[in-house]
Each structure stands twice: as C-alpha cells, then as structure tokens.
Design a protein. Sequence first.
Length: 422
Amino acid sequence: MREKKNASNFLKTLGPGILFASTAIGVSHLVQSTRAGADFGFSLIPFVLAANIFKYPFFEFGSRYANATGTSIIDGYKRIGKWMIWLYFLITIGSMFFVCGAVGAVTSGFLQNLFGISSWGIWATVCLFGFCTSILIAGKYSLLDSMTKIIGVVLVLSTLLAFCLALMKGAAPMKADFIPPSIWTDQSMLFIVALMGWMPTAVDMSAWSSLWTIARIKQTGYKPTMKETLADFNFGYIVSAVLAICFVTLGAYVLFGTGQSLPEAPAAFASDVVGLFTAFIGDWSYIIIAIAGFSIMFGTCITVFDGYARSIERSAILLFQKEEKSEKSESNNLYMASLLLVALGSFGIIFFFGRQMKNLVDLATTMSFLIAPVIAVVNYRLVTGSDVEKEDQPKLWLKILSWLGIIFLTGFAIYYVKIRFF
C-alpha cells in the first residue's frame, strides 16, 4: 500500500524533470554533440561528461530552492539584491533571441524535412512559431506538461533505436589518408567551449526548473517532498546525459573520418543528418531518424519558448511591481506579451542570420558559457543561505562538487576570452 502511495506521489511530482530534459536534448545534443562525434570521433566525450558533472549542482539547486522555499530561484536573485535581478533580466534579454533563433532554425529544418515542405522556406518557421505560441497561450503549463511527456517518450525511443542500429551496423569506413584532428588547437578549443556552453544546456536556464516546479505544484495541488522533487529532476538529467553520449557516438560512427561534413543552413543540415543516418543504417530507417530529429527539436523549441517567457514574466514582476504585490503575483497578459516578444525577436534573428546556423549556434552557446560562473556562484549562495532550512541544504559532497564546478566554469571562461580576443 505504501509503495502504491509513493508511486502515486511521484507521478504527481513528475514533469519538471522531463521539461528540463526536453530543453537540453536539442541543439546541444542533435547539433553540437553530433558535430563533436563527426569532427573528433570519441575524443570529446570527456568534455561532454565533465560539463554534465560539473554543471549538475547548479541545475539541481533550481529545483531544490523551489521546493524548500515555495518560490522560484529568480525570487532568490531579488533577495540577494536588485542588481542581481537586473543582471539576470539583462542576461535573459541579451541571449534569448539568439538561443530561440538557433533552436527555431534547426527545428524548422527538421520540420521541412519530415513533411517534405522544403519549398515553404521561412513560412515553415512562421507556422512553427505560431503553433508553439498558440499552444502555450491556450494551455500554459498543463498542456506543455502533457505534450512534452508524449514527445519525450517518442524522442527517447526513436533516438535509442537509431543508436542501437548504428552500433549493430558498425562504424563507417575512414578515408585512407584521414588524419584525426587535434583537440588542442585554438580553433578546436573554441568549438569545445561552445559545445560545453550548452551541455546539457545553459546554466542560466536553471531558473526554469524552479519555475516549472512551482507550476507543477499549482497544477496538481500536491507539495512533494524534497526527495521526490530531486528524483524527478535527476531522472531528466540522467536521460539528457545518456543521450548526449548517444549522439556523439552516432556522429562518430556515421561521419568521423569519412570526409563528409554537415552544412550550416538549417534545412540542408536537417536533410543531410537524416540522409546520412538513413544511408548508413538503411533506407527503411528513414522515418525513425526523421521522427527522432523533429521530436527532439520540437520539444526543445516549445520548452525554451515557455522557459524564456516565464523568466521574463517573473523578472518583470519582481522589478516593476511593488514589493507587497510581487511576492506571489502572476500575470497572464504579461506571460503572453513575453511569449510574443520571444517569438518575434527570434524570428527576426532567423530571418536575418538563418543561413549562418552554425555560427548562430556557436554564438548562443558561447554566450551561455561565459555567463555561467556568475549564475553558478549565486545559485550556490542561495541554497546554502538562510532562505533554505539546514535539512534541505545540499550535502557536503554536493558542496564540494559545486566549488569544483565554479572553478571549472570560471577557468574555461577565462581560457576562452584569452584565445578568442588575445
């Protein structure tokens, strides 16, 4: 009887972790991890694992803080000082169009490939963005939660099936004169920083987990234990990390050493990825690869739209409403306005820079990596501060991993600035 109750309570809690995984398993996996395997084979797996390990505490802290305090970690930024909420707000505004533009461009490419509508061009993106905003305005969290769970099952099963088929087939033959590239050149390290910038996703998106945790509690009316909230988050995080390795492996098996490269234009990128994987595994696998690619990117697209809209909504309320009204306030009109701002701004980025998808992705991921140390320090300070009861604060091992993570993020940010500008 107790086991049934525990399972029922976990199902009531389950949701924010899946949304996190859906956000993560997008450009960082399908684009960046595939490129990592295609260009460097398995050499970059240690960097992928390091990013997942050393970033883990700062994402976990978003869910932990929400459960412990009943408020989002963005509210915690306000308690540190108005300068911090302004910094987070400006960081969000400064990066969201590039991030959503990169995600939207790739998603549109896979949409065109799956449904054979490559002639639609920019109109496919218009339809995609219109569909995403309509769903979120109509259903907000409840509809997003339900859709993402369905999409999540499809993307995990189709991705794992493609991965297993590739392993059974074996690696593609290398060219006789192929020389593996060095990972220690400046150019290679710039790509590695961009890869880790969104692996599994940007650290500033840790606030989204806290917002979704609060939204899930309001949806179900059930206040989970700390253990249940963290179990939900850990489930999504582990799935994301495992699939990152799968995509590096797919890139390495299909493309490494073959002399083939992936194009930059979104539609061409999607077509080539699906075409190369299909040719490698067999024509019969086309629909599996096409569905996997689109479901991965659509899940990411709709969750990043919602995450940024919620972040802008909550930040604006904390910045511009009176103190006594802002603590528990929500504004559906402000959410819709934020959502439209995200969609229109991101569409503008795609319209003007869509043919430079690779550079757009690298720019967005690198921006995320450079601001990560600031968010990491603040998140750590919040969950070890007076807002969180001692029993809900992280254990010693997680604190030590947090210190190592801050050193890791800061070190790579400094190194990037050095090789990029000096």
